[in-house]
Every structure is written in C-alpha cells, then in structure tokens.
Design a protein. Structure first.
Length: 117
C-alpha cells in the first residue's frame, strides 16, 4: 500500500514539475484595470512566472472550498456535539442507577461485578 502511495505522489510531483516547466514565462498580475490605475495614480502589479499564478489560483480555490464546506457543515457538527453530550449524560445516569441497584441488593460481590461490566 505504501508503494502505491509513493508512486501516486511521484506522478503528482512529476506533473507539477512538467506544468512548471511548460508555463515558465513571466506574466504581469494586476490588481486593477489599467484605466482605473491611471485614474487613481497607483498601479499595484507584480510579475510572476505563469505556473506560480496557476498554483496560487488552484490553492486559493481549494482554500475557499474548504472554508465554504466547513461553514456549511456547522449545523451537523453542532448537532453531533449536542448528541455526544446527551450520550455521556445518559451513560453517567445508567452507571449511577446500576450502582444504586447494587447497593439495594446489599451484595458487595454483585456490586463489583455490575461496576466492572
């Protein structure tokens, strides 16, 4: 299984290297259109290799998707926490009731056996 994992990551790495080599030309990334930049007198731009822009775009998309999904699943996580608290409360209640039942019987050996199970 480890071999398959290593082969998979080697193929992914090779693909990333090939994408980087094929898209190594420099591009200018601008934060606003030229007309607006000329009007305001500022031009926030940067020159980067195209593969960096591609990888940053993919990374930003993944990050936005993960955050969106995390926010979307908030209701399910809150419900699971509530159910877990309720389950723990019921387990404590059952343990207390078993202890009381064993004390009512008056047999110490039975009380220890009930507590162990």
């Amino acid at each position: 299984m480890k071999t398959i994992r290593y082969v998979f990551w080697a193929v992914v790495g090779l693909c990333l290297i090939l994408i980087g080599l094929a898209n190594s030309g420099m591009v200018t990334v601008r934060a606003m259109p030229l007309a607006l930049a000329d009007l305001l007198g500022i031009s926030p731009d940067i020159s980067l290799p195209l593969f960096v822009v591609i990888f940053l775009g993919v990374g930003a998309g993944l990050l936005i998707g993960f955050v969106w999904e995390w926010l979307r699943e908030h209701r399910q996580r809150a419900e699971a926490r509530t159910k877990a608290r309720e389950l723990e409360s019921l387990r404590r209640e059952v343990a207390n009731l078993r202890g009381e039942a064993a004390k009512a019987k008056g047999d110490d050996v039975l009380a220890l056996l009930d507590k162990a199970s």
